[in-house]
Design a protein around this ligand. Structure first.
Ligand code: AMP
Length: 714
């Protein structure tokens, strides 16, 4: 086996660009980029791979066969949901609850809104439900909140609604009954009858999804949405992944494609629960930040990622990210464990419009995506995007977009900005464009500041990592004055999410809701009973975790299991996720260890004085994670040279507009700068797929890990 074999590949198929990241046996890596291709993702991945491998003078055909593993992240599933382009699903629920899906706990009518729109009822709107009422049927059944069946199901009725759903064109059937996480008997009975009836109808190939088999957690809307999502979007996305996998195989790949999942681990594209890959790219960035933070010894990291379409941020506190149990995504409440992130639909490709009433500049929420902006003649766009403004002001080089693969036209951008923004506002083209950039900087700055402080922290406790193709373009703008300990731009910022995918373990995670409540001084008998319930839950989940690994050719003994649980003081509204201090729960002393670990973590999050054991303890969920470790990238370590960059790193100068004046910025090649080099603004550091803007009043130093540290000099 050669030391130079390429072993790991990470992919981030984003809305704008498709990034690939290749890691060699010795940990060295390269990054590639290509324009995304929503029609054929596999082609964009191929192009991006060629771009990356060209750095090593190698090709896809000779590298794919030597890869051991490949992790995909992308936005295809999310787009399918947003554009309502999923499968025609039929839904069976309890009689009288047929509108639960479209009501979405009421809060779905304002999810994702800015505060000013949230607080005004007249702006609230419901999206088209994933399943229309005509394909929803209620059946007579009731299981009470304790899990006791009060009204059993009626077989005839279930058969009847199955026939009706088939007649109305359902291509998959989802079953979600009340309290099925507590007692799945009725739901599974319905599932079996539906399957039997489908067989009779000659439709046995129609997939059937019972919520208790997929997402056995409380909160009906969340569970129903997630199971519907599985049928609606995950199954069609599997076909996209099949296509990607087929192209790999065509070029000799032997690995089994894996996908980044919302919990921060990777799962096979053949995994049963694929809905948990609905968001993957931004999760990759957080995983990459965690690894980088560990290597560099940073406990607290504020991750910030800007691409063409959005700004995503997450916090790593004391080396860990938080998992949100009931996140919302694409304006749907879901029950999926998701790496906690805050996102806003503002990125480098966001469309720019004037509010027709008050003429204020509005950014997004929609964006030019892979079509960049009006500055790209072939884009077919006529609405100005943020990228058009970057170009006019000298932030971006028109001849170096994707290393020159896409030629941008400054005059075209100027004409559109003039007509749509500058003239109506009575401004010069550059002042109008600069206004747009300042607005974006301000929005992101405020968003970052408020999300750090709303969680009870101060930026001065954190190092900020800035990445994504457009992160470095705006790092100065959204971090200025916030007081972060340090602001870091990795030289591989443009492929950072793909890098994160390459860092992630092969990991399955399953969750299950439980309801256990014990007083502070519980008897040993109560403690033993609680431990049994926890242990039963873990064992049920171990089977699911191991089953997934076995499908992928691993043996039970290859899998490292990590149990966890969710706990709160009785009566509290929010629980915390705890890594279990014990591998199995049996004795009363195990219960004491479980509560002690919870209190230790609670103390860390909320302070010691907030601990309230007198309320008693509730376990609200059990968790099982299974890992198989994979080859990871090695953070580069190069020799530091002097502060002064070599003249060969200087590419020239470019006119750069900011704060109402043009200046002459020095343009540097990112790749040619050496560790130890210092660059003072106004400067632009260019790479094929990202641009690091260092305005007047800022300076940056490149360290031995190829990380740029940005500081304010005024
Ligand atoms: P991402 O979606 O993370 O790939 O970021 C894409 C964004 O990177 C684009 O919209 C550009 O604003 C920004 N970018 C900065 N420099 C370049 C470059 N040389 N080529 C392509 N994109 C660039």
């Amino acid at each position: 086996m050669s030391e130079n074999n390429v072993r790991v590949m990470g992919i981030d198929a984003g809305g704008t660009m498709t990034d690939t990241f290749f890691v060699k046996e010795d940990g060295n890596f390269v990054v590639g980029k290509a324009q995304s291709n929503p029609e054929d993702e596999s082609l964009a991945i191929y192009n991006s791979s060629q771009d990356a491998l060209a750095h090593w003078n190698r090709t896809v055909d000779d590298v794919y066969p030597e890869l051991l593993t490949c992790v995909y992240s992308g936005t295809a599933m999310l787009n399918r949901v947003v554009q309502r382009k999923g499968l025609d699903v039929g839904l069976i629920c309890n009689k009288g609850f047929e509108h639960v899906l479209s009501m979405g706990r009421a809060l779905q009518c304002y999810l994702g809104y800015a505060l000013e729109d949230r607080i005004h009822l007249n702006t609230h709107r419901y999206d088209e439900p994933l399943v229309p009422l005509k394909r929803i049927r209620g059946v007579t059944e009731r299981t009470d909140v304790q899990g006791t069946i009060v009204i059993p199901i009626r077989e005839k009725e279930v058969r009847q609604v199955t026939r009706e759903l088939v007649d109305t064109g359902s291509k998959a059937i989802v079953i979600c009954l009340l309290q099925s996480h507590k007692n799945p008997t009725s739901e599974r009975r319905v599932r079996d009858i539906v399957k039997d009836e489908l067989k009779i109808l000659g439709k046995a190939d129609l997939p059937v999804f019972a919520s208790a088999d997929y997402y056995p957690s409380r909160k009906e809307s969340h569970r129903m949405n997630t199971t519907v999502l599985e049928a609606y979007a995950a199954e069609p996305s599997r076909q996209t992944l099949q296509k990607v996998s087929d192209r790999f195989k065509k070029h000799g790949a032997k690995f089994d494609l894996r996908v980044m999942a919302t919990h921060g681990g990777t799962i096979s594209w053949k995994a049963k629960e694929l809905a948990r890959t609905i968001v993957s790219g931004p999760v990759g960035g957080v995983i990459g930040s965690k690894l980088l933070g560990e290597v560099l010894g940073y406990d607290n990291v504020a991750c910030s990622d800007i691409g063409g379409t959005s700004f995503d941020m997450a916090l790593i506190v004391k080396g860990n990210f938080t998992i949100a149990q009931d996140p919302d995504m694409a304006r749907l409440v879901l029950s999926l464990p998701l790496v906690a992130m805050d996102s806003v639909g503002a990125g480098a490709g966001s469309f720019v419009r004037l509010d027709p009433h008050n003429h204020s500049i509005k950014l997004g929420p929609d964006s030019a995506g892979y079509r960049v902006g009006t500055c790209w003649a072939d884009s077919g766009l006529d609405t100005v995007s943020v990228s058009d403004c970057h170009l006019i002001l000298g932030y971006l080089n028109p001849d170096n977009f994707l290393g020159g693969q896409i030629k941008l036209d400054v005059e075209r951008a100027r004409a559109h900005v003039k007509q749509q923004i500058a003239d109506p506002l009575g401004l010069s083209v550059e002042d109008a464009a600069a206004g747009v950039i300042e607005l974006l900087d301000l929005e992101l700055h405020e968003y970052l500041r408020s999300n750090v402080s709303a969680k009870g922290y101060s930026p001065s406790d954190f190092v900020c990592f800035s990445y994504g193709g457009a992160g470095p373009v705006h790092t100065y703008g959204y971090t200025e004055g916030l007081g972060f300990k340090d602001v870091i731009v990795p030289a591989w910022a443009a492929g950072f999410s793909a890098f994160g995918c390459a860092c992630a373990d092969f990991e399955y995670r399953y969750d299950k809701s439980v309801d256990l409540a014990l007083p502070q001084f519980a008897s040993d008998k109560e403690k033993v009973e609680a431990c049994k319930a926890i242990q039963d839950g873990w064992e049920e989940l171990i089977e699911k975790v191991v089953e997934e690994f076995v499908i992928n050719g691993f043996k039970r003994e290859d899998v490292l299991l990590k149990p966890g649980y969710r706990m709160q003081y009785m009566g509290q509204l929010n629980d915390l996720e705890i890594d279990s201090p014990i591998m199995s729960a049996k004795d009363a002393s195990d219960w004491d260890k479980i509560t002690a670990a919870y209190e230790k973590y609670y103390e860390m999050v909320y302070s010691e004085s907030a601990c309230s054991p007198e309320l008693g303890f509730s376990v609200t969920g059990v968790i099982m994670r299974g890992y198989v470790a994979t080859q990871k990238p090695v953070i580069p370590e190069e020799k530091e040279v002097g502060k002064t960059p070599s003249p060969s790193a200087k590419l020239g100068t470019r006119k750069f507009y900011r704060h109402k004046k043009w200046s002459e910025a020095t343009v540097w090649s990112m790749e040619k700068l050496q560790p130890g080099n210092e660059v003072f603004g106004p400067a632009i550091i260019e790479s094929d797929s990202t641009t690091f803007v260092v305005p007047d009043g800022f300076a940056t130093t490149l360290d031995k890990h190829r990380l740029f540290h940005l500081r304010e000099t005024k």
